[in-house]
Design a binder for this molecule. Structure first.
Ligand code: NDP
Length: 335
């Protein structure tokens, strides 16, 4: 504990669900005290993720009032009392954490949700690739283990998770077909090494299923990674090959509706609908995947793209841009 920790802070709270207007920037929020097993982090930079909009709209229920935000990088300023400290954290350590209440200057999080940031790794680069990158790594290694030569369809390939997925798939030797909305996004995804990119908002690209079939000589792709949900789920089932795999992992356009399981029968399709936290329950799992990600970053194999860093006070605009499909790569918030 330190006398330099203030009692109040800037944070963004929501009291009710709704549009971006329910996000309230406040300068009078209490700084939390870390409980047993927790650390208090002074956040340098926080990540904006599409999931934040699901908690804001109520698509994913959560208690209100709530401070949104699932990840941030910062410095430990206090350790909870009576803490057994199995991870060896000290005040002053630079850490990356993934938990709740990141839209704030200070957050108390369970120590097991944080990892030390190695020297030489920038806060911005890690937040731009952490939650998104861990999602991608678990999707391409655990949900469906992508093999060299697999043909993979990635929707929203210019997004925060998408740009990382394209790079990681290429490093695994996959043939990547990306979808993205608009010429600028298409060019970005191509520059990351994608083999084919379809502008699924253009007149021609609207029939992206047909284009995917043409690219694959009528066979279909080995696996689809679909985070768009409502608008693409049926096309994804059509674009996958016989005995192929469809992984749905997001609701950017709305959730995938309840699916009659018989829809899978004609082509013997396998499906999954994973969530990142389900792969990171044990500390060993968390450290393993975080280690894999850090290695990709430190070796320069994975490049981040930061869309924009918004001051916390401009969080409403940040949400509008993300939901308005105006962003490429990852958007960050500066508390
Ligand atoms: P993105 O930066 O990818 O933003 C979402 C993108 O989805 C948009 O840029 C847009 O790209 C596309 N999109 C398609 N339809 C719509 C629509 N109707 N409204 C808004 N956007 C649309 O976000 P994130 O990188 O934060 O997340 C990507 C996806 O991955 C999300 O669906 C998220 O929920 C999911 N996710 C799931 C996790 C899990 O554990 N299951 C963990 C992390 C992320 P375009 O204009 O090119 O269509």
């Amino acid at each position: 504990t330190s006398s330099s920790i203030p009692t109040t802070q800037n944070a963004v709270i929501i009291e009710t669900t709704g549009g971006p207007e329910v996000l309230q920037f406040r300068t009078d929020q209490p700084v939390p005290s870390p409980k047993e097993g927790e650390i208090l982090v002074k956040n340098h930079i926080a990540g904006l993720n599409f999931i934040d909009t699901y908690f804001r709209t109520g698509l994913y229920p959560s208690p209100k009032p709530e401070i949104l935000g699932r990840e941030a990088a910062g410095t430990i300023v206090a350790l909870g009392s009576g803490v057994t400290n199995p991870y060896g954290f000290k005040v002053g350590d630079r850490v990356m954490w993934m938990h709740n209440s990141g839209y704030a200057q200070y957050t108390a999080v369970p120590a097991k949700t944080a990892i030390k940031i190695p020297d030489g790794v920038k806060d911005e680069d890690l937040v731009a690739s952490f939650l998104s990158g861990l999602t991608v790594l678990t999707l391409v290694k655990e949900t469906y283990a992508v093999q060299k030569g697999d043909v993979v369809l990635v929707h929203a390939a210019a997004g925060g998770a998408g740009i990382l997925m394209v790079q990681i798939l290429k490093s695994l030797g996959a043939v990547v077909i990306g979808t993205a909305g608009g010429a600028e996004k298409v060019a970005l995804v191509k520059s990351l090494g994608a083999d084919h990119v379809i502008d699924y908002r253009s007149e021609e690209g609207k029939d992206w299923v047909k284009i995917v079939k043409e690219i694959t000589n009528g066979r279909g792709v080995d696996v689809v990674y679909d985070s768009v949900g409502k608008d693409t789920w049926e096309g994804s089932l059509e674009a996958v090959k016989r005995k192929g795999f469809v992984a749905w992992f997001g609701n950017a356009s709305g959730p995938v509706p309840p699916l009659p399981i018989q829809r899978l029968s004609p082509k013997c399709i396998k499906i999954a609908r994973p969530m990142l936290n389900g792969y990171l329950v044990e500390r060993e799992e968390y450290e393993y995947w975080a280690g894999q990600l850090l290695e990709l970053l430190q070796s320069g194999k994975l490049k981040v793209k930061i869309n924009k860093i918004f001051p916390l006070a401009e969080v409403q605009q940040a949400h509008k841009d993300l939901e308005g499909r105006k962003t490429t790569g990852k958007t960050l918030l500066k508390p």
